[in-house]
Write a protein that binds this ligand. Sequence first.
Ligand code: IMP
Length: 181
Amino acid sequence: MTHRPYVIDELISAKAIAARIEDLARDISSEFADTNKLVVVGLLRGSFVFIADLVRELSLPVEVDFLEASSYGDGMESSREVRILKDLRGQIEGRDVLIVEDIVDTGHTLTHVTKLLKSRKPARMQTIALLDKPARREVDFKASYTGFEIPDEFVVGYGIDFAQRNRNLPYIGKVRFEDES
Ligand code: IMP
């Protein structure tokens, strides 16, 4: 699969992403205006660019932590079973938490992660996903904040990979195989 030649067509520009993040950050900053510190939890690895830009737009005291859940391996198919590969460093009991994800696809990852983190009894917990592919949903999950709804396309860039490539593109692009139209 991954050796098939492909091209990347731009779907969301860097400028559009930056503008949307400004809006989302304004809403989150007002929702958590009274927090003494928001724990912003990035899901590795796909959210690393998004979380970096998002936290710099938040007008709140923040702490950053990371969690890694298993997902696609090196291919394009999501696995149903979600495992925690790297847990948080900090405690979240009684804290305000924002979970930051790159894409909600089938919904399995965020369903599992929110259930797990809720069991640790945060004071408040919300989720944000840069992208949402509602057509692919297998379990009912909706992030509290969503950047863009996108069609059922495989996307890369802005932290998101295809077989560990293309994370460094500044925009979101969709993968098009050259042997398809
Ligand atoms: P879910 O558990 O199916 O919702 O999967 C979420 C994870 O699948 C995301 O965090 C991504 O790592 C990965 N994923 C879903 N769609 C894409 C895509 O179009 N490109 C790259 N990774 C994706």
